[in-house]
Design a protein around this ligand. Structure first.
Ligand code: DGY
Length: 320
């Protein structure tokens, strides 16, 4: 029997090669709409969901007659209706092989903001360096500063490891207290309020859930130090975007490094694009050759496990 698999947007060829040995593949060039997926889903055995923007809804799942697994290429699965999948006996899996890479990107944003890397690069490229002025682009040390990590999961822990290397004072807040990591990495558990008011860098590494939507709004941004930076490598909707734009415009905080947005792609007329004290990247925190290979292979292997009648390695639901 030939299994039919849909990949919702291109992934690395290493994952494609694994799947094409045993399945009939359709790869969409860009994330499809729900209606485009509806046309295909009825006889599909496995769905590989490449990004966080395709909506894998109950309507879609209910129309899938043969679907056995929805494999997310990533760790966020808020775009998949897991309840609907579980009710139909469909596995939902993730690829928790990206934590180090995403943590690196959080630090790329921290360092670029603190050392004015993007502004200095533009200055050079615009041929503005005509005087050897020793006082231009004065930034801030990252070493010995306080970092507050919101969400000490796999990615948050990797951010803490990097922060330890920079000799930072590390605070964290999470719904679960991680005493082993507190000891190992010298972390201090604090309330959200204390974390926001004491940190020089607030880094969001939380999943998007009912509890975290809009967690950082006007009140929270106002409680941060005026010299502090906000870094978001998790999900845009955790931060109230309008409040963030206001905070940046009115200098409630020093700046922000943002990889994820309330809407992706971000509308081209969004006011955040005009601001000087923000560094923006288009949801690329896990985009390295090594990481994208691991993600593609992991997602493909999960699909093959399930099609072979085995249990997946990284499920987010339980099928009885
Ligand atoms: C994830 O893991 O969900 C990231 O956003 C990468 O797509």
């Amino acid at each position: 029997m030939v299994y039919k698999v849909i990949i919702t947007a291109p992934i690395r060829e290493e994952g494609v090669k694994l799947l094409e040995k045993e399945t009939e593949l359709k790869i969409f060039p860009y994330p499809p709409t729900e209606d485009a997926l509806m046309k295909e889903i009825s006889d599909v055995d496995a769905l590989l969901v490449t990004t966080n923007v395709e909506k894998i809804t109950k309507r879609l799942i209910d129309n899938a007659q043969k679907l056995k697994i929805i494999a997310r290429h990533g760790v966020g699965y808020e775009n998949v209706d897991v309840n609907a999948a579980t009710k139909k006996g469909i596995w939902v899996t993730v690829t928790p092989v990206l934590s180090e890479t995403v943590a690196d990107h959080a630090f790329a944003l921290i360092l670029c903001l603190s050392r004015n890397v993007c502004k200095a690069n533009n200055y050079m490229k615009n041929k503005k360096w005509v005087i050897r002025d020793p006082l231009i682009f004065i930034g801030n040390d990252v070493s010995n500063k306080t970092i507050g990590i919101l969400g000490l999961g796999r990615i948050g822990s990797c951010i803490a490891e990097r922060a330890k290397g920079f000799n930072m004072n590390i605070l964290y807040n999470d719904i679960v207290r991680k005493k082993d990591l507190e000891e190992k990495l010298n972390l201090k558990f604090t309330s959200l309020e204390d974390l926001l008011s004491e940190s020089d860098y607030v880094v969001i590494s939380l999943p998007l859930t009912q509890q975290t939507i809009g967690l950082i709004g006007e009140k929270e941004l106002k409680s941060m130090k005026r010299t502090a930076f906000l870094i978001n490598i998790a999900r845009g909707a955790i931060v109230d975007h309008n409040a963030l734009v206001k905070a940046l415009k009115e200098s409630w905080i020093a700046g922000a490094g943002i990889d994820v947005f309330y809407k992706e792609p971000l509308p081209i007329d969004d006011p955040i694009l005009e601001l000087d004290n923000v560094i923006l990247t288009p949801h690329i925190a896990s985009n390295t050759v090594e990481c994208r290979k691991r993600m593609a292979i992991t997602a493909a292997e999960e699909i093959l496990r399930v099609l072979h009648g085995e249990e997946p390695k990284y499920p987010v639901n339980k099928i009885s």
